[in-house]
Each structure stands twice: as C-alpha cells, then as structure tokens.
Write a protein that binds this ligand. Structure first.
Ligand code: GTP
Ligand code: MG
Length: 198
C-alpha cells in the first residue's frame, strides 16, 4: 500500500471542491502542530509530500493524497485549536474541517492525533463528539512519542485510554508513534492496509 506511488491530488478549500467520493478514504485530524503532515510524510517515506512546519496552522486546506494508484485517498486536514493565522481565515477552515468530518460519505476511518505530551484536550473531545454523532469510527494516534520520558508517556497513554471511553465510535487501541524515530509507523500502516482489505 505504501510501497508504491503516493501522490498529491489536490488541496480543497470548500466542500464543493472535494474530489468525487468514489473510493475509500482515511484522514488525519488533530490540533494544530500535533504532527499530522509529518506523520503522512513518515508513513509514505517522502519528506516533502505534505508540508510540515513548526508554525501551528501550517496546513490550511484539505489535502488529498492518492494511495496505491487509486485504491484510497489519504487526507491531511488543517488543525483545530490555536493557529497562527488571521481569525476569520481560521474560522473558515475550521468550519470546512467539521463539515468534512461529519459529511464525507466515503470516510472509512479518522485517525485523531494526540500529542503524547499534552493528552486529550477539550477541543479534541469536541471533534471526537462530532465523529460520534456522525458515526465515523476513529482511532487515536499519539504523536511525538520521542519527546516525553518513559513515565510521562505511560501516564499520558493511560489518561488518553480513559478519555476515549466516553466516545462510542472510538477504537480502544491507541497507536503510539514518532515520525522522527519511526516508532509505530509499521503498526499504523498495517491498520490502514487492513481497512483497505475489508
Ligand atoms: P498544522 O498543519 O499546523 O495543523 O500542523 P500538523 O499537525 O500538520 O503538524 P506538522 O506535521 O506540521 O508538525 C509540527 C511540528 O512538530 C514540526 O516542527 C514537526 O517537525 C514536529 N513533529 C512532528 N512529528 C514529530 C515527532 O514524531 N517527533 C518530534 N520530535 N517532532 C515532531
Ligand atoms: Mg499540517
């Protein structure tokens, strides 16, 4: 799935611009700066595929990537929460992001990224509730596992697992990743592959 080509298809700024819902789709959602774009680059082994940066609010469009020559779309979303961009623009892309998450017919699974140092915040719960209501199954991916110490990481995982219990469409299993060090990438690739085979 990730061995072949993976190409950028298009960036979308309005629901009307979405590509045809004619194939399986997965997406990466999460607070600004959590590491969504970096994770896509790490999964595909292509550094510059999705634009990542240290500025929260880097990704401002819904970016579609083709996986395995038309088999599925992998979608990089703008972040939610704090962003370094004008408020009016931020509001616009946050509305788009919510419409997309709640209304995309072919969205098979959302991966909700949680920073392993920060855990699940109120805005994350809000997005998870939206996914619950829309009956979109989601799995939690904890990012930047290379940053906290072992004990902090343990605590953070336990807390996150507890937080997920409030959400009926959440998977109980958490995937722990580091785009920097490569942890968890094989597990996440395998999970996505399994989806494509169902
Ligand atoms: P927005 O598009 O602004 O919502 O951000 P994003 O969620 O796409 O985050 P992005 O991938 O741009 O990464 C944000 C910052 O975190 C960058 O400086 C990355 O280098 C850094 N980062 C991402 N993943 C990891 C990781 O696994 N480990 C470490 N140490 N840093 C990471
Ligand atoms: Mg991004």
């Amino acid at each position: 799935l990730f061995a072949g080509q993976c190409d950028f298809v298009k960036g979308v700024v309005a629901m009307s611009g979405l590509p045809d819902a004619d194939r399986l789709e997965i997406c990466f959602a999460g607070r600004s700066n959590v590491g969504k774009s970096s994770l896509i680059n790490a999964l595909t082994g292509r550094k510059g595929l999705a634009r990542a940066s240290n500025t929260p609010g880097r990704t401002q469009e819904i970016n579609f990537f083709d996986l395995a020559g038309g088999l599925m779309y992998m979608v990089d979303l703008p972040g939610y929460g704090y962003a370094e961009a004008p408020l009016a623009i931020v509001k616009k892309w946050q509305e788009l992001l919510k419409s997309y998450l709640a209304g995309r017919q072919t969205l098979r699974r959302a991966y909700v990224l949680i920073d392993s140092r920060h855990g699940v915040k109120a805005v994350d719960h809000e997005i998870m509730k939206l996914l619950d209501r829309a009956a979109v199954s989601f799995q939690c991916v904890m990012t930047k596992a290379d940053k906290p110490g072992a004990a902090e990481l343990e605590r953070s995982i336990a807390k996150t697992a507890e937080a997920l219990k409030q959400h009926p469409t959440a998977f109980p299993e958490i995937i722990l990743t580091s785009s920097e060090k490569g942890d968890g990438l094989a597990t996440l690739r395998a999970a996505i592959l399994t989806l494509s085979q169902q």
